[in-house]
Design a protein around this ligand. Structure first.
Ligand code: SF4
Length: 240
């Protein structure tokens, strides 16, 4: 079995011309390889709607974790509840940070997302994910290459240097149109803010409608140099 510690270049080929552009084959491989030692970290944006549906076809009892920073839009919790109703066998865990928002304010000052967004993401996203991944070998992410320059080189199977795990990204070849075609065709529940100008959705203090139609993530940390929350750095892939 391929692990972070026992890394070998996988001798597997996925058919990127298939209906799901390889995503279903990647997931079948992932769940048959890792069994219970894999989880999906879902932010419940539209890519999450697609992946939840595909994962449930492969493993209806899969584990899903949502990093519940305490700073999400109400619409995010609404779509989580819709997904729970539509896929009752999935285990969806809302993982909270060690510090409440009040404790964070006492320790680090008001609105840490303004004064030090990297530290805020570290405390409210990265450390909780690290804890969630402690007992698995691999995790799944909905990254697509088209999303941003920082994601252009993501592969199906990646050696994740950040969390020392195997990171599996089934949607790398999907376009924004592919995602929406799938969602509408299968009438999947999706985040209501997508219909209000938000192609990419995270915590409310760091998310606004996209202002650049060529950059779907332009509403995230707008006006700052920050492009990612830090969950997806240092990834080296092996399969395209
Ligand atoms: S996205 Fe913003 S509010 Fe959310 S954890 Fe990161 S800095 Fe904090």
């Amino acid at each position: 079995m391929i692990t972070y510690q026992n890394w070998i270049t996988p001798d597997i080929s996925f058919d990127s011309d298939s209906e799901t552009k390889g995503a279903l084959e990647v997931l079948e491989w992932a769940y048959s390889t890792y069994g219970d030692e894999i989880l999906y970290s879902c932010s419940f944006g539209v890519e999450g709607s697609v992946l939840i549906d595909l994962i449930s076809k492969v493993n209806p009892f899969a584990q899903v974790v949502f990093l519940d920073t305490g700073l999400h839009f109400q619409e995010t919790y609404d779509v989580i509840n819709s997904v729970k109703e539509a896929y009752p066998n999935l285990t969806i865990i809302l993982k909270k940070p060690l510090l409440t928002l009040e404790e964070q304010e006492v320790q680090y000052g008001k609105a840490l997302w303004k004064s030090s967004p990297n530290l805020c993401c570290q405390l409210r996203k990265i450390e909780p994910l690290q804890e969630s991944l402690a007992h698995v070998t691999a995790w799944i992410s909905g990254l697509r290459r088209e999303q941003s320059p920082t994601r252009r080189h993501v592969q199906y199977i990646n050696r994740d240097e950040k969390f020392k795990k195997v990171k599996i990204c089934p949607l790398i070849h999907w376009t924004w149109k592919d995602v929406w075609r799938y969602v509408h065709k299968h009438q999947l529940p999706y985040h209501a803010l997508h219909d209000r100008g938000y192609p990419s959705i995270g915590c409310h203090p760091c998310t606004q409608p996209a202002f650049d139609e060529n950059d779907l993530r332009s509403g995230r940390w707008a006006g700052q140099a920050k492009l990612e929350c830090g969950l997806h750095e240092d990834t080296r892939g092996t399969l395209s």
